[in-house]
Design a protein around this ligand. Structure first.
Ligand SMILES: C[S@@+](CC[C@H](N)C(=O)[O-])C[C@H]1O[C@@H](n2cnc3c(N)ncnc32)[C@H](O)[C@@H]1O
Length: 224
């Protein structure tokens, strides 16, 4: 199985057949309105000439970002062709000029340094090695001082949260990739990758488990 093999990644809702209902499920089950709007606000709070979204899925962030800031330069990358097709249609329908690339970050992306890298609901569904690879590549591609903004399932800190996460996300995406997130691995992975100013910005209790927003920066010293 190679990196570009369709079987090498988990589709948006765990199974390719469920991709058409991804948007409805996320809206219904994850308090999407709250966390996605917070994500957009965080992106727009700092310098954001070039925004890259790793695992851009069906394009919901691109559309919301366009509505909040029509001139934001957004590129999404995702290995799932069906998701990218939906994203391109949604973006075009909204009037957004967002572009979407089918492939894996960073190979599919031009090498210009990026101001903001964002990723939502992606790291929980990839292997530990892939979480580390994505974070290392994000650090490499950010401008010094550039920001990484993550929204994803993290530490499931109560029995109820663990139960909800197990009954929903883990039943669709499997346990192996998702459990490190549930055990709270994200901050230490960010630190290990070399990010600084790592901060938990927000936390949402949802019907599918606890979603967190983390921000982190590429150290200025990395410019040397
Ligand atoms: C749950 S969806 C999240 C989509 C979108 N970011 C959102 O917030 O709705 C996860 C996405 O990550 C993509 N993905 C899976 N493995 C990936 C990888 N190794 N690198 C980048 N994206 C990946 C999937 O194709 C899917 O579209």
């Amino acid at each position: 199985m190679t990196k570009n093999d369709p079987a090498a990644y988990t589709p948006p809702l765990g199974h390719a057949a469920l991709t058409p209902i991804y948007d409805a499920a996320i809206a219904l089950l994850t308090r999407e309105n709250a966390w996605r709007r917070a994500l957009v606000a965080e992106i727009l709070a700092g310098g954001h000439d070039a925004i890259l979204d790793i695992g851009s899925g069906t394009g919901s962030l691109a559309v919301l970002l366009y509505q909040a800031s029509p001139h934001a330069a957004y590129v999404g990358v995702d290995p799932d062709q069906d998701a990218v097709r939906l994203a391109r249609n949604k973006a075009a329908h909204s009037g957004s000029a967002a572009t979407f690339v089918v492939g894996y970050f960073p190979a599919a992306i031009p090498s210009e340094p990026i101001d903001v890298i964002v990723s939502s609901l992606v790291l929980h569904q990839v292997s530990l090695a892939e979480k580390e690879r994505i974070l290392a590549a994000a650090l490499d591609r950010l401008k010094p001082g550039g920001r990484l903004i993550l929204a994803d399932y993290g530490l499931q800190d109560t029995a109820l949260a663990r139960f909800l996460f197990r009954a929903t996300v883990q039943s669709l995406d499997g346990r192996a990739n998702t459990q490190p997130n549930a055990d709270g691995v994200l901050p230490s992975l960010l630190e290990k990758a070399g990010f600084s100013a790592i901060e938990q910005r927000a936390k949402w209790r949802t019907m599918t488990g606890v979603i967190y927003m983390y921000i982190a920066a590429k150290p200025l010293a990395s410019a040397i």
